[in-house]
Design a protein. Structure first.
Length: 324
């Protein structure tokens, strides 16, 4: 999985930024970040084209990288799944659609749902040199909390969208998205306790509705994480010079932490489930310590000893979020 933006998207974003003062964008980016953290929805934050552009500069790369990681796992766990249609719910800049197009080049049609006209306009602008499905994507201005039905699609993604929906409306949104889903539904949220909580609630509702959990869980039992622990993962992505300037950062990379869920209709063939690494492996004198979530629904601490040379060599290649 490559977390870098596709060349066409990177070039399109660069063209969109031509002639735009970076200082003004940085100020807008800081304001939008504060507004989102305060719980304001996109409709009250992204008010004009430059707001959407500032958001894209600071958040599009991380959103793309997280979605690319999620879709890579969906493709690994369901290798025969080959979606032709995509519904991107709460599409924003279209980052998730770009990631889906990279994972499944055979996508034939894409529909964007978003309540923000500036986001939809920017998504269309960035897609002008993307794959055919992106260039011809249908943009629909829509509030996800409005009654459906939404367009049917083989693949549905809602990335960083549930956070903007009132808690008492999230269950109905998940229900509408699942009703529209013909194959796989992917949810991506910030890797915070609150983001994990939203994913966990959606997981329970989807299991009750008959969905099979593809990832990250290797089981459909109750989540074994309790207390101060929560299920989340991380992807490292590079920062461009403009990205660093907009975020006031010196480090040339960013670690995006995210929680996610991939659910599938019963007809989607899923590979055998395997224990998943829930935290960065810790290397010590005795060996490598792994925190694993297993198919039995339990969290296990396992140490792969140095004296187990084949096992130790394999464990050294494991990263946070991998499976054994």
């Amino acid at each position: 999985m490559n977390p870098d933006l596709p060349a066409a998207l990177r070039a399109a974003l660069g063209r969109a930024l031509e002639g735009v003062p970076r200082k003004g964008l940085a100020e807008r980016a800081a304001w939008t970040s504060e507004a989102y953290r305060a719980g304001r929805p996109s409709s009250g934050v992204i008010r004009e084209a430059d707001d959407a552009l500032a958001y894209a500069l600071t958040r599009l790369p991380a959103t793309y990288a997280a979605c690319a990681a999620v879709f890579a796992e969906a493709a690994r766990m369901a290798p025969q799944f080959a979606p032709k249609t995509l519904l991107d719910a709460g599409a924003g800049t279209g980052a998730a659609s770009w990631a889906a197009s990279e994972a499944w080049p055979g996508l034939g049609s894409i529909t964007w749902l978003d309540a923000s006209p500036p986001f939809l306009a920017l998504a269309a602008r960035l897609a002008t040199e993307g794959p055919p499905a992106l260039r011809s994507a249908e943009a629909r201005r829509a509030d996800l909390t409005s009654p459906g039905p939404w367009p049917k699609a083989d693949l549905i993604v809602a990335s960083y969208a549930l956070a903007e929906i009132a808690p008492d409306r999230q269950a109905s949104v998940i229900d509408e998205l699942w009703t529209a889903c013909g194959g796989v539904l992917a949810l991506v949220e910030p890797g915070t306790p609150a983001g994990y909580g939203r994913v966990l609630a959606a997981r329970a509702a989807l299991i009750e509705a008959g969905a099979a959990i593809v990832a990250p869980c290797p089981h459909e039992a109750a989540c074994p994480l309790v207390g101060d622990d929560w299920c989340h993962f991380s992807v490292r992505l590079p920062r461009s010079r403009d990205h660093r300037l907009a975020k006031g950062a010196d480090v040339p990379f960013e670690d995006e932490r995210f929680s996610y869920l991939i659910a599938a209709r019963p007809g989607v063939a899923i590979a055998p489930r395997q224990p998943r690494v829930l935290a960065p492996p810790r290397v010590g004198k005795p060996g490598i310590a792994l925190k694993l979530c297993g198919p039995d629904g339990q969290v296990e601490g396992r140490v792969v000893a140095k004296r187990d040379k084949p096992g130790y060599a394999a464990a050294r290649r494991l990263r946070w979020g991998d499976v054994i």
